[in-house]
Design a binder for this molecule. Structure first.
Ligand code: DGJ
Length: 310
């Protein structure tokens, strides 16, 4: 198959076998010289698929990382470990994110889980694997400290401290939880942010010691205005929200922010979903570069293609 030098935003993207790439609401992990892209795959019995790439534009399918038949295991946190509904149907797994725990040598996935019928469970779930491209073991879902938990992300700080961030109180508030050292549970709730502002799809990055959190408003599958806030530390004081991009964020919703280290510095990309609410499996991706003004304000402009030039 011909190698890609770029990906056209909003087109169907294919893996190197020529199959449609399903990694919606996803996340990337850089590991030993390659990127691993995890994301939602709702086809057949699948929940999460993982792909691998050395250049960010040619993606090789690794495997389905989580399916209805994945192994489950009990751990110290009391959870619901069912990967199917009572009538044998599928649950709903959204926005899987994966980080590596240096101390336990485990790849840890957090995600949003629902019962497959509605959004009433509002739970988060954890899965683990000893390699980035293996099948994950599902440790089950729970409500962190009893709270509702929907759209989510993970952020790993430079010192290894990791945070799980998720929409709570029927999406009205955004919670920030510090994770336990093994990343398998929440240690404490460090913030309830932007109460009543209904932020979804959080995505966090750090640049020059400044932290940025991007998020969307809450309008189902329909796109809306992306906004961002900044802080000097994840557990520090976050600013109020400011608009970025156009009024519908170029018809996208944030998935995560991708930092790419180059010899010249770090490039940051806004990786997003262009959802198709009528035909979910035809949802697409849009990846846009983020630039920064001298005083650190992020700027997002539309580009037809994603061309990281690696
Ligand atoms: C917006 C969320 O960001 C998506 O992950 C998904 O939950 C849809 N809402 C469902 O309407």
């Amino acid at each position: 198959m011909k190698k890609n030098t770029e990906l056209i935003n909003g087109n169907v993207w294919y893996d190197t076998d020529g199959n449609v790439l399903h990694a919606h609401g996803g996340h990337m992990l850089f590991w030993q010289g390659e990127w691993y892209w995890y994301g939602e795959n709702r086809t057949e019995n699948r929940y999460v698929s993982v792909y691998r790439s050395g250049d960010l534009v040619n993606w090789t399918f690794c495997r389905h990382a989580l399916t209805t038949d994945s192994p489950t295991a009990e751990y110290r946190v009391k959870t619901d470990r069912k990967l199917r509904t009572a009538d044998g149907g599928k649950i709903n797994v959204e926005r899987p994110k994966v980080i590596y725990n240096e101390k336990t040598k485990q790849f840890v996935m957090w995600m949003h889980v629902e019962n497959g019928k509605d959004y009433h469970d509002a739970a988060c779930a954890v899965a683990v694997c000893d390699r980035p491209d293996g099948e994950f073991t599902y440790l089950g879902c729970f409500n962190p400290f009893g709270y509702m938990s929907r759209d989510c992300t993970l952020f790993q700080d430079g010192d290894g401290t990791a945070y799980f961030i998720s929409a709570s109180r029927d999406n009205a508030d955004l919670h920030v939880y510090r994770l336990t050292e093994d990343y398998l549970s929440v240690e404490c709730l460090v913030h309830k942010l932007w109460q009543g502002e209904y932020r979804e799809a959080p995505a966090v990055m750090e640049r020059n010691g400044k932290y940025y959190m991007f998020s969307s408003y809450c309008t189902g599958w329909a796109p809306n205005q992306c906004r961002y806030a900044t802080a000097d530390a994840v557990e520090g004081r976050w600013s109020m929200l400011a608009d970025i991009g156009d009024a519908v964020t170029y018809r996208t919703q944030p998935a995560f922010i991708l930092p790419v280290k180059k010899e010249t510095g770090i490039d940051y990309y806004y990786v997003s979903d262009r959802w198709n609410g009528k035909d979910y499996n035809d949802s697409r991706y849009v990846i846009l570069p983020l630039s920064f003004t001298p005083d650190g304000r992020p700027v997002m402009e539309y580009r037809d293609e994603f061309c990281p030039g690696l």
